[in-house]
Design a binder for this molecule. Structure first.
Ligand SMILES: Cc1cc2nc3c(=O)[nH]c(=O)nc-3n(C[C@H](O)[C@H](O)[C@H](O)COP(=O)(O)O)c2cc1C
Length: 265
């Protein structure tokens, strides 16, 4: 993927999940820019489909416990779809989907990954799913209220949304002050990635010109969407490395190992 490192690095800093929106429509020019970007992403990632739907979201987001997942007001939403038989479907969808989220953030739009609390049937009726396709997540899109509303603030406090684990808990080896700058920026940018319930299911092991991502804990049930979270953090990690001028490649694994980034140095 052609990563707009500087632009998306700023977007990583700005992005935060937003659930309450003004009804204001998104300008046609922005919709067009985003559609062009999404088309390119869909062409690059065979087996994935990201789609922007311009429709009020009131019936899409159901909300569960408290207000987790309750979304109101947005004039459009994104859907993140993949064929589950595609190898590493979740990692790729998280990675590609976060690119769209960060591009939308750069256009001044609010978003919120939602993988649990949405109405599958309602989304399905907007999509005409093809054989085998599965909707993994959706996100509202639009102009959020200027400041998070009280409901949003309470929700964020309940899931400790603003907090991230310190690097020393996320990195499995001892942090070495001699690690190059790109490693530290890559880890720090990955650390800021969003995840469902802010569970941060990723761990990292730094090697010679490599960073390996692993799932935390032994539960690597492929039906759980932790690998979607990991795909999101993979894009963040790569943005961080590129911000320091370092390109690299990903290799995917099965089980507890998720993927390894090798820097082209
Ligand atoms: C893959 C994924 C699924 C998520 N699913 C939900 C959801 O079902 N409902 C919800 O309200 N928030 C959901 N979230 C939002 C997370 O709670 C939020 O990203 C996390 O608490 C970190 O907060 P932040 O995005 O503001 O940094 C999801 C996030 C991700 C990345």
């Amino acid at each position: 993927m052609n990563i707009a490192a500087e632009k998306w690095y700023s977007a990583v800093k700005k992005r935060t999940s937003r659930r309450q929106y003004h009804k204001k429509l998104i300008e046609k020019r922005k919709i067009k820019d985003l559609q062009t970007f999404i088309k390119a992403v869909n062409e690059e990632f065979f087996g994935l489909r990201i789609q922007l739907i311009q429709k009020s979201v009131e019936d899409v987001f159901t909300g569960v416990v408290g207000n987790y997942g309750k979304v109101s007001g947005a004039p459009a939403y994104l859907t993140f779809i993949a064929d589950p038989e595609l190898k590493h479907a979740q990692e790729k969808l998280g990675y590609a989907g976060e690119a769209v989220i960060l591009e939308a953030t750069s256009l001044g739009l609010g978003s919120c990954w939602i993988s649990g609390t949405f109405d599958q049937k309602e989304v399905d009726s907007d999509l005409n799913l093809r054989d085998k396709e599965k909707i993994y997540a959706v996100s509202p899109l639009g102009y959020p209220e200027d400041r998070p509303t009280i409901t949003e603030r309470i929700l964020k406090a309940v899931v400790s949304s603003n907090k991230r684990l310190p690097l020393k808990e996320l990195v499995l080896n001892e942090i070495d002050p001699d690690w190059p700058e790109w490693v530290m920026t890559a880890l720090e940018t990955a650390r800021q990635a969003p995840s469902a319930m802010n569970r941060q299911p990723w761990r990292f092991r730094v090697g010679e010109n490599t960073i390996r991502m692993l799932l935390k804990g032994k539960n690597v049930d492929p039906r759980k969407t932790k690998r979607l979270d990991c795909g999101i953090a993979m894009l963040h990690l790569e943005i961080g490395a590129l911000k320091e001028g370092v390109r690299g490649d990903w290799e995917y694994f099965e089980g507890q190992n998720v993927a390894r980034f090798t820097a082209n140095i």
